[in-house]
Design a protein around this ligand. Sequence first.
Ligand SMILES: NC(=O)C1=CN([C@@H]2O[C@H](COP(=O)(O)OP(=O)(O)OC[C@H]3O[C@@H](n4cnc5c(N)ncnc54)[C@H](O)[C@@H]3O)[C@@H](O)[C@H]2O)C=CC1
Ligand SMILES: CC(=O)C(=O)O
Length: 371
Amino acid sequence: MIIGVAKEIKNNENRVGLTPAGTEALCKAGHTVLIEKNAGGGSGFQDESYRKAGGLIMSDKKALFAEAEMIIKVKEPLPEEYELFHEGQILYTYLHLAPEPALAKALLSKKVVGIAYETIEGPNHSLPLLSPMSEVAGRMAVQIGAQFLEKPYGGKGVLLGGVPGVEAAQVVIIGGGIVGANAAKMAVGLGARVTIIDRSLERLRYLADIFGSRVVTVMSNSYNIANWVRKADLLVGAVLIPGAKAPKLVSREMVETMEVGSVIVDVAIDQGGSIETVDRITTHSEPTYTQYGVIHYSVANMPGAVARTSTLALTNATLDYALQIANKGWKQAVLDHPGLAKGVNVLDGKVTYQSVAAALNTVYYQLNELL
Ligand SMILES: NC(=O)C1=CN([C@@H]2O[C@H](COP(=O)(O)OP(=O)(O)OC[C@H]3O[C@@H](n4cnc5c(N)ncnc54)[C@H](O)[C@@H]3O)[C@@H](O)[C@H]2O)C=CC1
Ligand SMILES: CC(=O)C(=O)O
């Protein structure tokens, strides 16, 4: 198979979808790997390393897209990339289609086979290709929140861990999955007071077991959320319903009750955001805006800022599936692996993931009926 690795064009997106190690593995399996010039530079992988691994460096993005049977990326395509795709081409990347109808329309009209990292499933409905970036973003959420709580960054001037004689800051995390647990790990490590809110009692039990008395676990309902949002110095949005738009769990009125100089980091922004006042996607160059005196951070590609760590973590998880798709062809690969089949969000102009179809208000087609 001819595989094209595109250079990311999103603001400050320094990750790359394939490392030199992955290039070598695909080339050894008999595939041709085209790497866009300097695609890996932001992650510390120079063109020469890809060349040594067997990759062919191409400076013409258009030609790379035209030749490749599968495009490997990290982030969802941006409008300037929509025209580059062709019918039947496999796109293997994060897609986040539910909040992006224009992207969905473009991929449907191009009849692309869109395999979304974020909906590929492992055992027990785990999300093995989302988890590594959720680990990164969860950890970053606290690091970033701590910084914006500092006075020079517009925050209320509170140190997360406090000091002897002065109480620690209150971190409230809504969604206790991978992002939430990793945010809690960092916040607990820094000495903050930490509350995790989730709707799954089973998950709350697990979090209570691993963190013990260092976190407070709370059942998710609007009454409890309102009560804890009011007390939060740092509020982290970390909910997910796979494929779907994130539910808006924190209302404008709740945000109004937060103290001036508090901080919100809505990690769930890539699925549309979980907080009503998070009404825009921000970028690494302009990461925050302020509403009701509360600093809002809503960057949809947080791991892009720690690209070296993130590229290695992401490709540790994505390469094996890329090899399966390349070796067997996408159809046989998804027939052999029901978890990989869950990644197919669009195929031949049809939406094949139920909650994506619901969010886009369009018809849902069962994948197995199209194979
Ligand atoms: N902004 C960024 O750069 C990044 C964003 N993300 C996003 O972060 C979000 C969370 O991802 P993960 O932690 O991996 O998901 P996950 O599936 O591991 O955890 C989500 C948690 O939300 C909980 N939840 C669902 N509905 C809820 C409700 N109504 N109230 C309280 N809890 C609820 C679930 O029970 C689950 O524990 C996703 O949207 C993901 O795409 C992940 C990585 C990077
Ligand atoms: C999950 C995702 O969208 C990201 O890592 O950018």
